[in-house]
Design a binder for this molecule. Structure first.
Ligand code: ADP
Length: 542
């Protein structure tokens, strides 16, 4: 994927200019239109221009500083976010000599939950952005739980109370920034997740909106009644005047002149929801699994907001309203009140690819993550070795923050290849645990998994996943599913693509992995994994 990068002398920006077949292209047709995806992530801002086939035509990326004022605290400077995002958008256009009239629409996808509060008059943030990872409000959330709010919060927002979500971060800013509370009460402050902050600036401070997917990660939004929840706003002391208007993920939310001409902003979704959409997970029962540093799984549950008791979250999925729900102009004024919202179940694995990094960086038994595949194939099996990479506790469906990594089943004959294979296999076992939790909560017998993320490049892992989950594993050609999802949402809203059927026709599949192992082997392996997890939890509980 990364061939064709151009690095500037300052080393900060990479640009790709690719044709359909992945070769650095000559000049493109000046009448060609593109969709611009702004992908605002936790460590970098990226911009990708896609064409009608969903191929990447150019790409630019810029990192920005992470700010750690205290242990466990994480902040970003909102101006760094805005400036890097604008810069990469210009760079990506420049790489194709594209002018604004060639950008049919902009789609935005973003790190979720990260919170910005700014002055409505001056547009100046009153504090740095508090990043989703920041734990400064963990105690406040503990108090909330102790006061018995958990069930009510989950019922309204689909979320299990946590410092990750925006609500307690906004409350912290209002309490700790001198004068902020008074200004907020007088209607002088605005709150937004990163999508809102970008749109506010892209529209020259005229539009204050977000989309359903981002709103559903604030822990302030009632995902069934589709409104900000008055009781939670009161609990956190957040005036409603601070909040953005919530709109569907696909539709014109505003226009920008920031790139030298008028371009509609027509798609917005949080990163995980955008990835499900980019994987063409449009239908109930579609599920995507991302194998990155951590793992993220999202299951489209259609019009039903499925309640889960096993540590999964309920959230709003990105969806494109059917044409009948929009008027002919596709204008923002046209949203029907009765949009059929789509929901998703979400679960995460704290340590996925990070376990392979551990083999490489701490144990030093791998030179590269990709090399793990060769070792996995060298050993016919793990010879009874199981690795439970619970370095930071265990997520759904186990939920134990005190769990730690364990290795079981070592014999005198255990070799490097066994340990590497057992670690790679643990990614598949954890994914199967999430999948089973989703099957249990939704009642859907899911047998197809759409995969992406760095470790999905490992063919051994994907085949093992197919065998362990007795499912078909589908890996797309374009693994930039997050940006692609934002592009699809925007392109559908302006008629660049006719409908999801057209996009599905475009969908490029790189490889499908189908069940090859037998049932007895699968059950034996899974029962070994369950024993290993049980032992790890028993160790944690002392
Ligand atoms: P993120 O977006 O979370 O930074 P990526 O999607 O880029 O992560 O994936 C990087 C992760 O995938 C790393 O943790 C790395 O160890 C793992 N990884 C990359 N390639 C492979 C591979 N071929 N086999 C196993 N793990 C891999």
């Amino acid at each position: 994927m990364h061939s064709g990068c151009i690095f500037r002398s300052d080393g900060r920006i990479s640009i790709k200019r690719l044709s359909h077949n992945g070769v650095l292209s000559a000049e493109r047709d000046m009448s060609e239109k593109y969709i611009m995806a702004l992908d605002q992530g936790t460590t970098s801002s990226r911009c990708i221009l896609f064409d009608k086939t969903g191929s990447i035509c150019s790409q630019a990326q810029q990192e920005f500083p992470q700010i750690f004022p205290h242990p466990g605290w994480v902040e970003h400077n909102p101006w760094d976010i805005w400036e890097t995002q604008l810069q990469v958008a210009k760079e990506a256009m420049h790489a194709l000599h594209a002018d604004p009239s060639q950008i049919a629409a902009i789609g935005i996808t973003n790190q979720r939950e990260t919170t910005v509060v700014w002055d409505a008059e001056t547009g100046e943030p009153v504090y740095n952005a508090i990043v989703w990872q920041c734990r400064r409000t963990a105690e406040a959330i503990d108090s909330m739980k102790n006061e018995g709010w958990s069930a009510r919060v989950q019922d309204k927002t689909g979320l299990i109370p946590d410092a990750y979500f925006s609500a307690s971060k906004v409350a912290w800013i209002l309490e700790h920034v001198p004068g902020a509370k008074e200004k907020a009460e007088q209607g002088e402050l605005r709150f937004g997740t990163i999508d809102s902050w970008l749109i506010w600036n892209l529209t020259d401070r005229t539009v204050h909106v977000t989309d359903y997917t981002n709103a559903s990660r604030t822990m302030l939004y009632d995902i069934k009644r589709l409104c900000w929840d008055q009781e939670l706003l009161a609990y956190f002391g957040i005036p409603e005047s601070m909040l953005p208007q919530v709109l569907p993920s696909s539709g014109i939310l505003g226009y920008t002149e920031s790139l030298g001409g008028r371009i509609p902003i027509a798609g917005v979704a949080g990163d995980q929801q955008a990835a499900l959409f980019g994987q063409c997970g449009f239908q109930k029962g579609d599920v995507k699994s991302t194998y990155g540093t951590g793992g993220f799984m999202l299951l489209n549950t259609g019009s039903e907001a499925v309640h889960a008791d096993n540590g999964l979250l309920t959230t709003i999925a990105a969806f494109a309203p059917a044409k009948k729900d929009m008027d002919e102009t596709g204008d923002e004024a046209s949203w029907s009140d009765a949009l059929p919202v789509q929901y998703a179940l979400e679960g995460s694995v704290f340590v996925a690819g990070a376990a392979v990094q551990w083999l490489r960086d701490e144990l030093k038994i791998l030179r590269t993550a990709a090399e793990s595949e060769r070792y996995c194939r060298e050993a016919p099996d793990t010879d009874g070795v199981y690795v439970v990479p619970a370095f930071t506790g265990m997520g759904a469906p186990y939920w134990n923050p005190y769990a730690r990594g364990c290795i079981f089943g070592l014999t005198r004959g255990a070799e490097r290849a066994h340990l590497i294979r057992a670690t790679v296999e643990s990614l598949a076992y954890q994914t199967e645990d999430l999948l089973q939790a989703m099957r249990d909560a939704s009642g859907l017998d899911i047998r197809e998994l759409l995969v992406d993320g760095g470790a999905s490049a490992n063919d051994f892992l994907m085949q093992f996943q197919a065998d362990i989950s007795a499912s078909e594993i589908i890996r797309p050609k374009c693994i930039e599913t997050t940006a692609l999802g934002a592009a699809y949402l925007a392109g559908l809203a302006v008629g660049y693509w006719d409908g999801t059927e057209e996009i599905l026709k475009n969908r490029g599949v790189d490889k499908v992995f189908i069940l090859a192992g037998d049932k007895e082997k699968r059950e034996r392996r899974l029962s070994g994994w369950k024993r290993a997890v049980k032992a790890a939890l028993s160790w944690a509980n002392g």
